[in-house]
Design a protein around this ligand. Structure first.
Ligand code: GLU
Length: 305
């Protein structure tokens, strides 16, 4: 790990939309090992912005699930700390300040595209990337009059305008030298039409304010990194060091996910009597991991390690 002279700070940033599964637990363990082995501090932050998907009872059980595994942290919703609150749903004022700043810079614009418009864009050749449909920039080109007309019919989302000329290069602690060229998936949403702040904006705002120096997270978020780097650049903050760790695969070869009913830590403990040390041993031997191909090698899921 490179040393910048700053205190090393990492974080766990789970989304309480389901019980933690083995994949989430392995990523949390790797982040914990990375930070604790360097004598650093860890923040637990609950990424509960999407009130429809996130459940308060899952959020309240999360700290206990991580503790059962043997992990600990220095700041978080349960222990407090200088950067409280540690639940994203309670940090709207912070995000609005950042949105105002980007608005002042002229980097945001309203987007009136419907889901159908976005799907049509996705079916165009090269229209899809691992982050979802690449946005073709339709609403970026609207005139003031067109915006006024559309605003009468639809509440817009807000998009961040990527710099099409930029190339984002960074050293990933696991993926190595990584390059994303061009607009990397196009202009992206920072606030949804229903007013909910989007993940990309919230995660960058929080990692800056919480002074996070090292982000270790799942490989599925590698494609989000150029967008986040563009936000760090616009906000004049140095980005953290990134490391994207391989994802665990289920028995059928697909990656574990809460939605696909991956067995949860709680179930392993309560139904099958599994001890945490057995899980730690299992992670040490895990072979069935997957990573999406790097963008510069072509996109898509499926390469086994
Ligand atoms: N909240 C995200 C998740 O649960 C992680 C975000 C991040 O680590 O940047 O997948």
């Amino acid at each position: 790990m490179a040393s910048s002279g700053k205190a090393i700070r990492g974080r766990f940033a789970p989304t309480p939309s389901g019980r933690l599964h083995l994949g989430n637990a392995m990523t949390a363990l790797l982040a914990w090992l990375q930070i604790r082995s360097a004598g650093g501090e860890i923040v637990l932050r609950l990424e509960d912005l999407d009130r429809q998907r996130c459940k308060p009872e899952l959020a309240s059980q999360l700290p206990g699930e991580l503790k059962w595994l043997g992990l600990d942290w220095d700041e978080g919703p349960d222990v407090g700390g200088p950067h409280a609150p540690y639940e994203q749903s309670r940090r709207t004022a912070q995000y609005e300040r950042i949105l105002d700043e980007l608005q002042r810079q002229g980097r945001l614009y309203p987007c009136y595209c419907s889901r159908a418009d976005l799907q049509a864009a996705a079916s165009a050749p090269h229209g899809l990337d691992a982050e979802g449909p690449a946005y073709p920039g339709t609403c970026r080109k609207l005139t003031a009059l067109e915006r006024t007309e559309r605003a009468l019919r639809k509440t817009p989302s807000l998009r961040f305008a990527m710099n099409e000329e930029a190339t984002y290069r960074f050293h990933d602690g696991i993926a190595g030298e990584t390059t994303f060229a061009g607009a990397s998936g196009g202009d992206f949403v920072v606030r949804r039409a229903d007013g909910i702040v989007a993940y990309q904006l919230a995660v960058v705002a929080d990692d800056i304010e919480m002074e996070i120096t090292d982000v270790l997270r799942g490989w599925d978020l590698l494609d989000s990194t150029p967008r986040q780097l563009a936000l760090y650049e616009a906000l004049g903050s140095p980005p953290p060091r990134f490391a994207h760790s391989p994802l665990l695969l289920g028995g059928d070869g697909s990656r574990l996910s809460k939605r696909h009913g991956a067995v949860s830590l709680t179930e392993l403990r309560d139904r099958f009597g599994v001890r945490p040390e057995r899980l730690l041993g299992f992670f040490g031997m895990a072979r069935r991991a997957v990573r999406p191909n790097r963008r510069d090698e072509g996109c898509g899921l499926g390469r086994r390690l």
